[in-house]
Ligand binder design. Structure first.
Ligand SMILES: Cc1cc2nc3c(=O)[nH]c(=O)nc-3n(C[C@H](O)[C@H](O)[C@H](O)COP(=O)(O)OP(=O)(O)OC[C@H]3O[C@@H](n4cnc5c(N)ncnc54)[C@H](O)[C@@H]3O)c2cc1C
Length: 493
């Protein structure tokens, strides 16, 4: 197939790096069936449609922009052969692979090609596919923050410098970049309102002005703003949470990256340049680069490596359905301050930063044994940056330990003491992080010990959890703790 083959760009493949040339013809599809199938966050539906429509407007006559009910109908509108870069979900890959006139090309938008990952994984023998090892390999291969064969500064890993609790008065840095909505956004809003009124679609979460980039130019501006004003503060407070600052120094660029509006290598090189010019410290820049060429690519490759059945892993036999208040983002029903705040962030923005996802929302679900597949679906629908490839490993593996330790060597379960150390939530909360029974017992502390007790046999076999199991066995009141937890049922804490 020649260069001029029309390129079908999925809605998460919007950047120029998904094209072979700047005059290649394009097919873009807005298929309404996608919105009908799942109950997405209103702001996510807005962002995706806004980005698609902006891209179609930019491409003008070069693009066929098919606004249809299904992909099949859209394909009927174009003649001839098409090519597509590997789509980002098992289902979409199976769909395009079954179409005769569509050539499926290798994936783009990630930093490690699939064959390099396969070679690395094959070379591991019986060793685990450790993210840290994958990351170091990628640093060398991509020549990022390297001096010859050695890491810049003599260390590969600055995690220990990047776990500071939050400074009480905030970070004192400019807020994140924010876009101006335009006529295309207004049209998207009118359409979503109408479809919702007509009962065709239904959303979760609240509408609000768009907060994330929808065009290539906006994404470039957001990256430049982050590197100039916020990257220098990224490192030390990566794991910290503050009730007055929902994003801390995080980049908020995952929505743009996952729409394909930014190429991750662009972000990596911009951060490395800031370090080399003395504008950001090494520990923070290393931390940021690790997220991109390390975590993001590692998650992407594991999604394919672990196969479509991985989403059904449930080795901790967690079958609790998501309670209504959690599923519906009813933050006001919750008294535990951290959880109420986290749910409100999702309700109002469709976004929280990593530690809130992992240690407040995910941790609560893990402790109560929420069904991992339902929880993945919830995260996927409710977060503006949620897609199948990124949600499945992050939720099933990292957050819920449902794979028994393929992705993370121990469950990310923690009691109220962790949340107290890493945030300012507990001070004014009606629950006490150090109490595990009684009216003011912290639900995270009670939940933590109940989780360890419920999974005692499995966790005792994990050397990294042995101390927790030992601690639980020494608790004289563990039966009372478990009764206290059971009495809460699925009521909001
Ligand atoms: C339960 C759970 C669900 C998650 N769901 C998503 C999701 O739907 N989409 C998503 O992009 N990320 C997801 N993550 C990973 C991570 O939380 C987000 O990428 C990050 O919070 C995005 O905010 P940021 O751009 O400000 O990130 P920063 O802190 O600025 O990090 C830089 C970049 O690193 C990448 N990154 C870092 N960690 C991961 C990771 N574990 N997986 C993939 N990319 C990573 C992101 O692209 C991010 O933009 C999830 C993590 C957990 C624990």
């Amino acid at each position: 197939m020649g260069k001029a083959t029309r390129r079908w760009l999925f809605a998460d493949q919007l950047g120029d790096h998904f094209l072979d040339s700047l005059d290649q013809p394009v097919l873009l599809v807005e298929a309404r069936s996608v919105l009908r199938r799942r109950r997405f966050h209103r702001q996510k539906a807005h962002l995706v449609l806004s980005a698609l429509r902006h891209r179609a407007a930019e491409l003008g006559d070069r693009a066929v922009f098919a606004r249809t009910h299904t992909y099949g109908e859209a394909l009927d509108r174009v003649k001839g052969e098409l090519s597509v870069c590997q789509p980002t979900s098992h289902a979409a890959l199976a769909f395009v692979s079954g179409l005769e006139r569509v050539a499926v090309l290798p994936a783009r938008g990630f930093t490690t090609p699939q064959e390099d990952f396969a070679a690395w994984a094959a070379g591991r023998g019986r060793h685990r596919l450790l993210m840290e090892d994958f990351y170091r390999d990628a640093r060398r291969r991509l020549d990022v923050l390297m001096e010859g064969d050695e890491p810049v500064g003599g260390r590969w890993n600055f995690d220990a410098d990047n776990r500071e609790p939050p400074p009480p008065h905030g970070l004192g840095i400019p807020g994140p970049w924010c876009p101006q909505e335009d006529e295309i956004d207004a049209e998207v809003r009118r359409d979503l309102d109408r479809w919702e009124r007509d009962g065709e679609v239904s959303f979760v979460g609240r509408d609000a002005p768009r907060a994330f980039p929808a065009t290539l130019a906006e994404a470039a501006e957001a990256l430049a703003h982050f590197v100039a004003h916020r990257l220098a503060a990224f490192g030390p407070y990566q794991d910290a949470m503050l009730s007055s600052d929902g994003v801390m120094a995080h980049s908020m660029l995952s929505p743009a990256l996952n729409l394909g509006l930014l190429d991750p290598m662009e972000c990596v090189r911009a951060a490395e340049t800031a370090y080399r010019r003395g504008r950001a410290p090494l520990a923070g820049v290393e931390g940021y680069v690790r997220q991109l060429i390390g975590w993001r690519d590692y998650i992407w490759h594991l999604y394919w490596h672990l196969g479509p059945d991985y989403r059904d892993e449930n080795l901790l036999a967690a079958h609790t359905p998501l309670p209504e208040w959690f599923a519906e983002l009813d933050a006001d029903a919750v008294e535990a301050r951290c959880l109420s705040w986290a749910l409100a962030q999702v309700r109002d923005h469709g976004f929280t930063h990593h530690i809130v996802r992992l240690m407040v929302l995910g941790n609560y679900a893990l402790q109560r044994g929420f069904d991992p597949r339902q929880l993945s679906d919830w995260f996927h629908r409710c977060f503006v940056d949620g897609y199948d490839w990124v949600m499945t490993p992050n939720v099933v593996g990292m957050s819920q330990h449902a794979d028994g330790g393929v992705l993370a060597t121990k469950p990310y379960a923690a009691g109220g003491a962790y949340i107290n150390r890493m945030s300012d939530f507990c001070g004014e909360c009606r629950y006490r992080p150090n109490r595990r029974t009684g009216d003011d017992a912290c639900p995270y502390t009670t939940g933590y010990w109940s989780f360890i007790a419920r999974n005692e046999d499995r966790l005792a076999a994990n050397p990294r959890m042995a101390r927790s199991v030992y601690g639980m066995r020494k608790l004289a009141d563990i039966d009372e703790v478990r009764e206290h937890e059971a009495a809460r049922g699925d009521a909001p804490p």
